[in-house]
Structure formats: structure tokens, C-alpha cells
Unconditional design. Structure first.
Length: 126
């Protein structure tokens, strides 16, 4: 019984971590056109005592900001350039898809463990 509850806990922690990741990917996509915006990257950590996955620290991607030539833009410097964001929509969409698939896999594990627990309770009632 403890193993089934542990599986539920692991799957729930994975779903929560992927939901957090998806939230940050969504923020990146929403701010792709915001001047000076740096892409947020999240790491995953393992809790040493339980082995569960948790969302770690959020860091800002330090790659170069895209330089955009638009002399009429209010943020443009004397040369007509301003700093855009470093968000690449292709990468963000791929990250979103990966997070969604990982979430779905954890959800299937959670549902399977729940069904097994329910079957165990049904057998014990007989």
C-alpha cells in the first residue's frame, strides 16, 4: 500500500513541477516582443529525503538580447537600434510540448496508481 501512495506522491510532484515549468514558458512566450526581456529558465531538483521532483530556482537566460533596428522606436539609441528579447519562440514551443507530455505521463501514472489503490480497497472490503 505504501508503494502505491509513494507513486501517487511522485506523480503529483512531477505534475506540479511541469505545471510550474509550463507557467514560465507561457510567460516567455507572452513577453517575446517585450524590449529587454530575458527568457526565464527553470531547473528541477530532487528532494533528497523523499526522491520527489520539485521546481528549482528560476534563472534568467544570459544569452545576448536581439538587437533590433527601428530608428523611430522610442527606445532606439543614436544608431537606431534597441535591445529586444532573447526569447526564441521555436524553443519555447518545444519546451511547452515537452512539459505537456511529461505532465500527461505523470497524470497517467497518477491515475493508474489511483485505480490500483481503489482495486485494493475493493478487495479488502470483500
Amino acid at each position: 500500500m505504501a508503494d502505491l501512495l509513494t507513486s501517487l506522491s511522485f506523480a503529483a510532484s512531477g505534475m506540479q513541477a511541469q505545471a510550474t515549468r509550463l507557467r514560465h514558458v507561457s510567460e516567455n512566450i507572452a513577453n517575446a516582443d517585450t524590449p529587454g526581456y530575458r527568457r526565464k529558465v527553470i531547473s528541477f531538483d530532487e528532494e533528497m529525503d523523499t526522491g520527489r521532483v520539485v521546481a528549482g530556482d528560476v534563472t534568467l537566460d544570459q544569452t545576448e538580447l536581439q538587437r533590433i533596428y527601428a530608428p523611430g522606436h522610442p527606445l532606439a539609441d543614436a544608431t537606431g537600434f534597441y535591445d529586444g528579447s532573447n526569447v526564441d519562440l521555436v524553443i519555447e514551443i518545444a519546451d511547452a510540448r515537452e512539459a505537456q507530455r511529461s505532465y500527461d505521463a505523470n497524470l497517467r501514472i497518477f491515475d493508474q496508481a489511483r485505480q490500483m489503490t481503489q482495486s485494493l480497497f475493493d478487495l479488502l472490503r470483500r
